[in-house]
Design a protein around this ligand. Structure first.
Ligand SMILES: *Cc1c(COP(=O)(O)O)cnc(C)c1O
Length: 411
């Protein structure tokens, strides 16, 4: 056994979260390092889907909107996600996609700052956030999107014209973690609001939106929360903004009296103003099972293991990088999320060759291999074995096989 593998065995024995792995369905022979893109199914999700489809839909039919609590899932699940980000109840709903929630959050922020016109974002943000910000700016006369080169210059660009700053808590490529406290304070001092995108931090980083007086936050539930492909996203709005919340997707779920069937829109009180229309109940129920798997687990314990897993990975992979002209671009400090990104000229075929060996990471253009470490189902032994596979693929040049160079539709 290599030194890395024996150290891994010792770390696994002392891991307080080791027992959580059995809650997840993972195929044998796979080391799954892509939970930051799509988390695996919690085993309980299958029974939950069966119950929802066969009994509640099949037998309860339309009655299940009341009897099975379907109508309230946006709120009940929202409060549970809220607990993971440090939000008191009544400020978070699970609904729509992250992209749609970015749209609603930016509009809401601009409406809360009617005398300001600038949306400030980082050039390296996840593209959909920027595309949506462009769309919001184009749809509001006078509104303007300004982009910064990075998060440091972003902070320096906040001024009296800034209505809202849109920022990714964790950079989806490098894995760098932004300082939520400092940036939020900085924006507030200038009279601006901040929309935090928590897609790559929710469930793996300790977040305290209430304590830091965060204005608005949005995020995915299909990454580290394991809600399933296309699971609805969440949106949080600080209670102190609720009275002035306005967003243009004013559908009937956001109406004060949805079943009064009035011809005019009257906004619901509170966070439900950020809803729009009917939600995918099957997907919400899969997410419920996923949140059950997190029940009773302290996010701080997850964060501690996340940092330990990524440290261990970097320690073992560093010499491999040195030998094969690859570079870790993720910060070594605690200022990182739960992934490690490695730049390598042949990143695409190397990732394909690794996937062929059962080590599933992903590729992000132009030259990044991205490895996500989800503490609930990964062991230190997985980390050591993944690094052995990386060394083997690079040393043998197995990635040169032509079948690893064909770009798939989804990378
Ligand atoms: C994954 C991710 C998204 C995805 O948005 P969808 O609307 O769910 O496709 C958006 N923003 C960030 C930062 C992400 O990481």
């Amino acid at each position: 056994m290599s030194a890395g593998a024996s150290k891994a065995v010792a770390l696994d024995l002392a891991d307080p979260l080791a027992g959580k792995r059995e809650l997840f369905e993972l195929p044998p022979g796979v080391i799954y390092l892509d939970g930051n893109s799509l988390g695996p199914p919690p085993k309980a999700a299958f029974a939950e889907l069966e119950q929802t489809a066969r009994h509640e839909w099949g037998e309860g039919l339309v009655r299940s909107w009341n009897d099975a609590g379907w109508w309230s899932l946006t709120d009940t699940l929202g409060d549970r996600v809220g607990r993971l980000i440090g939000a008191q109840a009544g400020q978070t709903v699970v609904t729509d996609s992250t992209s749609i929630n970015v749209f609603k959050a930016l509009h809401a922020a601009l409406a809360l700052r009617p005398n300001r016109q600038v949306i400030l974002a980082e050039r390296d943000s996840f593209p959909s956030d920027l595309y949506i910000a462009e769309g919001v700016a184009a749809s509001r006369p006078g509104a303007e999107l300004r982009l910064s080169a990075d998060s440091t210059t972003l902070a320096d660009m906040i001024d009296e014209r800034t209505a809202v700053v849109l920022i990714n808590h964790v950079d989806y490529r490098t894995g760098a973690l932004r300082d939520m406290a400092t940036l939020t304070r900085r924006a507030h001092r200038a009279g601006a609001l901040v929309v935090w995108d928590l897609c790559h931090s929710v469930g793996v980083v300790s977040i305290e939106v209430d304590a830091l007086d965060v204005d608005l936050a949005i995020g995915c539930t299909y990454k580290y929360l394991n809600g399933g492909p296309g699971a609805p996203a969440f949106i949080f709005a600080n209670r102190r903004h609720h009275e002035g919340l306005a967003q243009p997707l004013s559908g009937w779920w956001a109406h004060a009296a949805p079943f009064a069937m009035e011809s005019g829109y009257r906004p619901a009180a509170g966070i439900r103003r950020l809803l729009c229309g009917t939600q995918p109940i099957l997907s919400l129920r899969a997410l419920k099972a996923a949140l059950d798997a997190l029940e009773g687990v302290d996010v701080a314990a997850i964060r501690a293991k996340s940092l330990a897993l990524t440290s261990f990975f970097m320690e073992l992979v560093e010499p491999v990088c040195r030998d094969f002209d690859a570079h870790i671009i993720t910060p070594r400090s605690d200022g990182r999320g739960s992934q490690v990104a490695i730049a390598h000229e042949q990143a695409y075929p190397v990732i394909q060759a690794l996937i062929d060996r059962g080590v599933i990471g992903d590729f992000r253009a132009p030259d990044i291999m991205r490895f996500g470490f989800a503490p609930l189902y990964l062991s230190y032994r997985d980390v050591a074995d993944a690094v052995s596979a990386i060394r083997e693929v690079l040393a043998s040049e197995a990635w040169r096989d032509a079948r690893f160079s064909t770009r798939a539709l989804v990378t």
